[in-house]
Structure formats: structure tokens, C-alpha cells
Design a protein around this ligand. Sequence first.
Ligand SMILES: C[S@@+](CC[C@H](N)C(=O)[O-])C[C@H]1O[C@@H](n2cnc3c(N)ncnc32)[C@H](O)[C@@H]1O
Length: 206
Amino acid sequence: MNSERIKAIAKMVNQDDIVLDVGCDHGYLGMYLLKNNLCSKVYASDISNNALDVAKKNYQKYHLDIPCYLSDGLNNIDVSFNTLVISGMGTSTILKILDNPKIPNKLILGSNNDYYKLRKGIYKLGYYIKEEVVILENKHYYVIITAIKDNKKVSYKELLFGKSHNKEYYQYLYHKNQDIIKKVPLLKKLKLIYENKLLKGLIEKK
Ligand SMILES: C[S@@+](CC[C@H](N)C(=O)[O-])C[C@H]1O[C@@H](n2cnc3c(N)ncnc32)[C@H](O)[C@@H]1O
């Protein structure tokens, strides 16, 4: 398993975590966790029967005991778990899945887009972002977030850019904004100029 993104997710899992991997696809995260003895138990689910069949075959191949569930989000999940992983999906899908009373105290989330909306949604649910890691994979930056149940305040700056302290990522965002600034109407331009001022501060921070 060569995905640095999956390895970064696995790093956020603790030994006593009971993980549910929603949207497990071919099951790489579960395999990596159990093969390396990184946690006590893994459950896997997916909305796609085809994906789940591949995951089951992979788990069997390595004699891994990972129960699998065909489920849209948490709808058909009736086992108990204390850590929910949702990764490789868009923010809207992730937030839809999180809109469920079964969500546990610890969330590990890896969206493909709109991290501002995701962070906002996480705080709205009464969770606090404890850690963020940025991974560059296949020329795309992925932000992996660990959140725990806790009512804490968050700044607008952190909602926008997170707490990864990854200067390369901030530089990437800065240059992306610089390109967009040239093409957008005044109000949007002013917003992006303000964002870039904040980003500059993060980039230059000692
Ligand atoms: C791109 S794959 C990501 C696989 C893996 N989690 C990762 O991070 O590489 C997205 C997977 O999420 C599944 N999925 C999408 N929406 C879902 C939902 N509402 N509930 C469960 N699984 C879902 C898809 O079927 C697909 O297998």
C-alpha cells in the first residue's frame, strides 16, 4: 500500500480505537491498520456493492477479520465503534453522513474539496479540530482532519486555512488565489486579497 494519504489517516488512529471506515472502497485503510496492528478492531462499509465485494476479497486474502456492511453512510450500521473515518469523498457527502446521531467522539475526515465548509460543519456539530495534516498526492493537496467532541471556539483564519502549519500548502493556496484575483469581480477580489494577507502571515510565521 503506497498511498501517503492512507498512511496519514492511519497515523491518526490510536491503538484502542474501534474504527468504522465508511466508504472503504477496496479496503486499503482497514488492511493497513490491521496488518500493522495499529488498532484493536476495524469495521468497513460502502454504499457500493461492487466496492465492498473487492474489499471483502482483499480482507480474505490476508485473513483479516473486518466485518463489512452495505450502507449509505451510517444508515445500516448497528455495531459499536468509537472512531469514524470518512475519506476520499467531497465535503457535502461527508457532512451528509455526519448528520446522524450515531457519530462517535472521534472523527477522522479526508475530504477532496471545500475545507472551509467542512471545518465549519465540524464545529457546528460540536466537534473541535485537534489535528490537521496536509498530504500532496498525485499533484493534489489533501487535508486530513482529526476532530473530537468538544465545544471550543475557532477563528475565521483557522476555518479558512486549518491548523496544519504546512507552509508549502499555504504557498500553494496563496498562488492559487493570486491567479484567481486577476479574473474575478471586485468584491471577490477584495476577499481574496484579505485571504492572501492572512496566508502571507502564516507563510512568514517563524
Ligand atoms: C474515492 S473512494 C475513497 C476510498 C477510501 N475511503 C479512500 O480514502 O481512498 C469513495 C468511496 O466512498 C463510497 N461512498 C460514496 N458515498 C458514500 C456514502 N454515502 N456512504 C458510504 N460510502 C459512500 C464510494 O462508493 C467509494 O467506494
